[in-house]
Design a protein around this ligand. Structure first.
Ligand SMILES: NC(=O)c1ccc[n+]([C@@H]2O[C@H](COP(=O)([O-])OP(=O)(O)OC[C@H]3O[C@@H](n4cnc5c(N)ncnc54)[C@H](O)[C@@H]3O)[C@@H](O)[C@H]2O)c1
Length: 424
């Protein structure tokens, strides 16, 4: 399904080291260091006949008529792309496909929308590739990121290059344009770190803040940043750069600090996508490690609700510009890790197997997003109840397991799980 066409001198491109050959859809595909999966694109009507590329000027500045999604092959990016394409908007995906299994998302997008989507297999560390892509954009969603805390600790320089430098590349590419398109940056609630100044009490069933406002509404944007781990630092730096480019250079740019997002088709791990990780392990009867006592609380946002928030933020870009908003499931979906095990037991009919481990450093006892600022501006509210979203994720994962079971019938479950988690 992937058709790789070179778009530049491979030596100039900064793709994943050694990333020349990747498997896509079970087949081996040769990808140059920056490759384009390109089809003629349609504007507005996806059913209209394919037309040749836009007329380009001598300086090769094409008309900006695509929505650019960096990281558009990923879990969130591919859902967002799908929604935009269904609304008839051409999408340009820039992604180095470094996250496990994302080729399948690309194939799904191409299968559904064919000519509407263009995929550039490029790296956000590659300044020229980013500049080329941004020139084509009427709007930019910057979602590409190194998403794992553990990897950031193992290789802080790589984490910095992708998350901080990659974001700076996007901002600089925008700043160079006469009329830069607006930017939405998907930041993370992890920029609030361990929330050291939030007084907490341990109830019988879960932790809860002593402050009534935080208990009722969650954590607002007035919470001071507390950057922990190389990942926290690189993401916090990117978050602050985006806000400052709005301030200093007048870019139209907004930051959404997103907490846990879940839904199909998500391959999660302990670092990101913990709900998907719990679901997969519960189905396979592999032990789930609970760090600490399991009473820590998180909120959970179903992927469709997040896509709705991203699109509403785009519509409200002018008043939202230069601001950061917390986005998550909010108090209505607040759940402790033990609560989630209970919900999984209801779905699966069996209590998940659990093993206990010491607290992880900087693991906040409570994080729930206060989304009232964003709600007031856009009218957005999460609509999918945790039980319903969890069921959708669980059903999807059951199907994955059935297919994997047939393929890996002879390999012990724990070994398969290790491979899957290493890849995701
Ligand atoms: N999923 C969540 O719960 C969650 C929570 C908070 C914030 N976010 C943020 O939302 C964004 C998208 O998250 P996601 O869940 O879709 O993650 P994901 O890993 O599925 O998607 C990220 C995509 O970025 C691509 N990528 C990674 N490094 C790249 C690079 N150097 N150049 C180009 N592409 C690169 C990956 O191949 C992947 O397709 C990320 O910025 C993430 O930090 C996600």
């Amino acid at each position: 399904m992937l058709i790789a066409v070179s778009s530049g001198t491979p030596a100039q491109r900064g793709a994943e080291p050694g990333g020349g050959h990747r498997a896509a859809g079970g087949r081996s595909v040769c990808l140059p260091r920056c490759a384009v999966v390109r089809r003629p694109f349609a504007r507005r009507s996806l059913s209209s006949p394919a037309r040749p590329p836009l007329v380009q000027t001598g300086t090769e500045h094409p008309m900006p008529d695509h929505v650019l999604i960096t990281g558009g092959a990923g879990f969130i990016g591919s859902h967002l792309a799908d929604e935009l394409l269904r609304n008839g908007e051409p999408v340009l995906v820039l992604d180095n496909l470094s996250r496990g299994f994302v080729e399948r998302n690309v194939e799904r997008l191409k299968g559904r929308h064919g000519a509407g989507v263009e995929v550039r297999v490029c790296d956000v560390r590659d300044e020229q590739a980013v500049r080329d892509a941004v020139r084509r954009a009427s709007f930019v969603f910057h979602l590409a990121a190194q998403v794992a805390i553990a990897r950031s600790v193992a290789d802080p320089a790589h984490d910095f290059e992708v998350n901080a430098r990659g974001t700076l590349n996007v901002l600089e590419a925008l700043r160079r344009l006469d009329r830069p398109p607006p930017l939405l940056f998907a930041s993370t609630s992890k920029v609030y770190g361990a929330l050291p100044d939030l007084p907490i009490e341990r109830g019988e069933e879960r932790y809860r803040p002593l402050c009534e406002t935080a208990r009722e509404h969650g954590i607002s944007e007035s919470q001071p940043l507390d950057l922990r781990s190389p990942y926290g630092c690189s993401r916090g730096a990117a978050d602050q750069y985006v806000l400052d480019y709005a301030r200093t250079f007048g870019l139209h740019a907004v930051v959404l600090r997103v907490s846990c997002v879940y839904g199909p088709p998500q391959f999660g791990n302990e670092d990101q996508g913990w709900i998907a990780h719990f679901v997969a392990r519960a189905i396979r009867r592999d032990p789930i490690t609970l760090y600490g006592d399991g009473l820590q609380v998180r909120d959970a946002l179903f992927i469709e609700d997040l896509v709705d928030a991203l699109l509403r933020a785009r519509r409200a870009l002018k008043p939202a510009s230069g601001r950061a908003f917390n986005i998550g499931g909010g108090p209505g979906t607040a759940v402790s890790l033990v609560d989630l095990l209970d919900l999984l037991e209801e779905l699966d009919g069996r209590r998940p197997v659990v093993s206990l481990a010491a607290w992880r450093r900087d693991d906040p006892r409570y994080y729930v997003s206060d989304c009232r600022a964003f709600q007031a501006l856009t009218g957005w509210a999460p609509r999918v109840a945790l039980r319903d979203g969890l069921r959708a994720l669980y059903q999807w994962r059951l199907g994955v397991e059935a297919r994997l079971g047939a393929v890996y019938a002879d390999i012990p479950s724990s070994v398969r799980m290790d491979r899957l988690e290493a890849a995701s």
